[in-house]
Design a protein around this ligand. Structure first.
Ligand code: GDP
Length: 465
């Protein structure tokens, strides 16, 4: 297995709940590790299977003990258990820095954070004992000070956040898009036997009849080698197309029978548009087509209104550009007026039939893929918002703290004095500025404003008041 050697370790002060988290992650109910003071432990390792990936998880208990000895001025490396733990830390691919959500930052946490930083290891902050939102919100604010960004909130006792943690570990190890071969992945099983393959990136093509969806699908498939045909057991119309481009597997969904066309009465076509939209929950990127010659119609607006609800990245494609005479800029402005709510979607002009613009579409798709796992650094985000607090803020809202709370769609939760002081123009301004700075190409950015009373210790981000 290519991932057999990937190592993850739990790192944190005593009693933050590392052992319970360890057991939850490896799927054992009973504690493997006893927290007895004075018992020498060094590195507890266990195989960890995440989504088919064989990894190794370790609890660096020896290190924790050695650090506490260090504070009583014993030399760190004198302890053998510390050496084993340090070696493990050095060779880890990801460190789960565990902190107790119910306690404030302790000196030990700060000490461990400094040590960890000196190793330069990829680190994921994990909040333990986080059983409700109040605890989590407070802890996010508190532990952001350590500079490791937004924490994954968990409660091993109540099995909360463990799935998110598993997913986030995979994402951090760049394994999120991979999966072992399973029955619904129709691939050349023989050729790929024993290896791990990538989960295909799923593309959905949406638009009213005759805008050129089939033509676009064919153009996208182009010369690519198809690696599957019909998938048994799904709907009759489903002829998804799987193919590989570079190292990436793609799948173009065809729930509406785009490729198996049947020019029947309008009623049936409408039904398949509705079916197609249902598939959006599965897609990674939605390609929304309009007919450039005919312009935006009511039905286009309805389809756009449906796909936008998914929060997925959307590319707005104007097809049949070969027979249009308008200037692109003029046309783009018209579309923006008609479909204003799609303002985050890049607009691309193509002629699918002539294969014009397909290369550009691929570049755009790859750029979107590279940006969709972006999580902004919390302290950087807060510094940036500090700059934005003073401008275009007619109702004088105060921003206290912000952090990215979701990736898909990108969501930023902002603690403010009063959410009703967020003027819609100010919200739009914040969104535009944040998107201009961080990207999230083609994705709608969601801002969530939450009220938070100003306390003596928590000042507004602005310095001058
Ligand atoms: P679908 O119903 O959305 O799948 O649309 P089709 O792919 O079947 O295309 C509908 C019609 O538009 C066909 O007659 C195509 O030949 C034509 N068409 C598709 N793409 C283009 C294009 O880029 N330029 C022009 N001029 N016609 C196109």
């Amino acid at each position: 297995m290519p991932n057999a050697n990937l190592k993850i370790c739990l790192y944190g002060r005593p009693n933050v709940g590392k052992s319970s988290l360890f057991n939850r992650l490896i799927g054992k109910k009973k504690a493997l590790v006893l927290d007895l003071p004075g018992v020498t432990r060094d590195v507890y390792r266990h195989a960890l299977n995440l989504n088919g990936h064989q990894l190794e998880l370790a609890d660096l208990a020896g290190l924790e003990q050695a650090y506490s000895q260090q504070s009583s001025s014993l030399h760190l490396l004198k302890s053998l258990s510390a050496k084993a733990a340090l070696d493990y830390l050095r060779s880890s691919d990801l460190v789960l820095f565990t902190v107790d959500a119910r306690s404030p930052i302790s000196d030990e946490d700060e000490y461990l954070a400094r040590q960890l930083r000196s190793f330069g290891k990829k680190t994921l902050l994990v909040l333990t004992k986080s059983e409700n939102h109040q605890v989590e919100d407070q802890a996010q604010i508190e532990y952001a000070k350590l500079g490791f960004g937004y924490g994954v909130a968990t409660s091993a006792e109540h099995n909360l956040g463990i799935e998110t943690l598993r997913e986030t570990i995979l994402e951090n190890l760049a394994l999120s898009q991979t999966n072992t071969v399973s029955t619904d992945e129709v691939v050349d099983q023989h050729a790929l036997k024993g290896t791990t393959i990538h989960r295909p990136i799923q593309l959905g093509v949406y638009g009213r009849p005759n805008v050129g969806k089939s033509t676009l699908v064919n153009a996208l498939l182009g010369e690519h080698r198809m690696i599957t045909s019909a998938i048994a057991g799904t709907t009759v119309d489903a002829i998804d197309s799987d193919f590989k481009q570079g190292d990436q597997y793609f799948r173009i969904l065809d729930t509406a029978g785009i490729r198996r066309k049947s020019k029947t009465e309008a009623g049936v076509e409408v039904l398949s548009v509705v079916q197609a939209i249902k598939s959006i929950e599965k897609v990674d990127i939605a390609l929304f087509l309009i007919d450039g010659y005919e312009g935006v119609t009511d039905q286009d607006e309805k389809i756009a209104g449906e796909i936008i609800k998914s929060g997925k990245p959307i590319v707005l494609i104007v097809n049949k550009w070969d027979i249009c005479k308008t200037k692109k800029e003029v046309y783009a402005e018209k579309i923006r007026e008609a479909l204003g709510f799609l303002d985050f979607a890049p607009v691309l002009f193509i002629a699918a039939e002539k294969n014009d613009g397909i290369d550009l579409l691929w570049s755009l798709i790859n750029e979107i893929l590279s940006q969709r796992h972006l999580v902004v650094n919390t302290s950087e985000l807060n510094r940036f918002l500090e700059v934005l607090e003073g401008a275009n803020n007619p109702l004088g809202a105060r921003i206290y703290y912000a952090s990215q709370t979701s990736k898909n769609p990108p969501t930023i939760t902002i603690l403010v004095n009063h959410p009703d002081k967020i003027h819609f123009a100010y919200e739009r301004y914040l969104k535009n500025e944040l998107k201009a700075r961080y990207g999230w190409l083609a994705s709608p950015l969601k801002l969530v404003f939450k009220a938070r009373k100003r306390s003596a210790s928590k000042k507004s981000l602005s310095r001058n008041h």
